[in-house]
Design a binder for this molecule. Structure first.
Ligand code: M6R
Length: 366
């Protein structure tokens, strides 16, 4: 059932080109220059008139929410807030019938997220769900929603659920942008066509798996790791750090690259591997100077770069290339090497990759 792969996690990482295709099948319609999302269409006025969108989720799904915050705000100009479902529930949040709440959950059974949904419904907000498991509690509790169609995710570490959640939320953003007129026709069509090309680009990224395994060999002894990214790739850095912590038990932190100088830079020495997402979009030059700061403190740099990059290649100890794409779609590519890195590290360390200690696939207690 692992389809020839050593672990479910690896199988699920490699399933991502198909999973993303399944997520947008029937919804992404480039020839018709449109997006078809029934749950959005049926509640269109509430979405378009929303004062803000509040995203609630936990763990990896919360990271997908953070990525979506950048995308939805940029494409639709609707303000978005992202909250840990557990914090949302217990801080007496301000919600009104003018808010739209989006709940993201792979399992659809996360107790904290379910509790946040119930509260939002009590306050009169429209609640839209993004779930993977069909018929799950969250899918049933929400007013409308979209399934990610990623297929069963068995590995405790979430991989294809994350990229398909981002795909769905990008579709929601595109749908709203089209209705709102917040993108030009050209911008809209460019994004739609490029999203359609993402699965083949993911296939290309997956080919670096063996090279990443070699890189992992040099760092498996590390006790700490830092993950840095800017803009829409900042949450990808958070997700990279979570993956590493979760399955290899190596302590890792994700930070916005520019925040490094406000504290974490003190940690950097020759024993600190720093994984930097340094693609040629979203303040590339600033990221390059962040890399320079790490280098001058002798930190080891593993950089995720755009294919053909020469500047970062000169500075980094290792580079992993991803194909070029539009800025708002880059997380779908930059995430993949980070998943592979944590996977190979954990395997080298002999950890139980699919069932890490102390963790369960769905967390059904608050
Ligand atoms: O099923 P959910 O998406 O609601 O789960 C939320 C988190 O428990 C989950 O993403 C967790 O962080 C994963 N183990 C991360 O890999």
């Amino acid at each position: 059932e692992k389809g020839g792969y050593e672990h479910f996690m690896l199988k699920e990482i490699f399933e991502q080109p198909n999973a993303i295709t399944n997520a947008f099948r029937g919804r992404l319609l480039p020839a018709l220059e449109m997006i078809k999302m029934e749950g959005v269409q049926n509640n269109l006025s509430q979405f378009l008139e929303a004062k803000r969108i509040i995203i609630v989720a936990c763990g990896t799904s919360w990271h997908a929410g953070l990525v979506a915050e950048y995308i939805i705000e940029e494409l639709t100009r609707i303000p978005v807030e992202v909250e840990y479902a557990s914090e949302f529930k217990y801080r007496n949040p301000i919600i009104t019938p003018k808010d739209v709440v989006i709940a993201i959950s792979q399992s659809g059974e996360t107790a904290d997220t379910l509790a946040a949904i119930k509260l939002a419904k009590e306050q009169g907000a429209l609640v839209y769900g993004v779930c993977n498991v069909v018929g799950s509690s969250i899918a049933r509790e929400t007013h409308a929603g979209a399934y990610t169609h990623a297929g069963p995710e068995i590995g405790v570490a979430s991989t294809k659920a994350f990229t398909t959640q981002i795909t769905i939320l990008t579709l929601v953003a595109l749908h709203l942008a089209k209705e709102k007129g917040s993108l030009t026709k050209t911008e809209f069509n460019e994004l739609v066509h490029e999203l359609e090309r993402i699965p083949e680009k993911v296939v290309e990224v997956l080919q670096v798996s063996d090279a990443i395994k070699e890189i992992a060999q040099s760092y498996a002894h590390a006790t700490n790791c830092l993950f840095l990214g800017r803009g829409v790739n900042f949450p990808v850095a958070l997700e990279g750090a979570l993956k590493l912590k979760e399955i290899s038990y190596i302590h890792a932190e994700g930070y916005p690259a520019a925040e490094m100088k406000h504290g974490p830079i003190a940690l950097i020495d020759e024993n600190m591997p720093v994984i930097v997402i340094a693609i040629n979009k979203g303040h590339y030059e600033k990221t390059v100077s962040n890399i320079q700061e790490i280098k001058s403190r002798k930190g080891k740099i593993i950089a995720i770069v755009t294919k053909g990059d020469v500047v970062v290649k000169e500075m980094a100890d290792h580079v992993i290339e991803v194909p070029e794409t539009l800025e708002w779609l880059t997380p779908l590519l930059t995430t993949i090497p980070l998943q592979l890195l944590s996977y190979h590290m954990a395997v080298l360390l002999g950890k139980n990759v699919d069932q890490p200690r102390n963790l369960a696939k769905s967390v059904t207690v608050e």
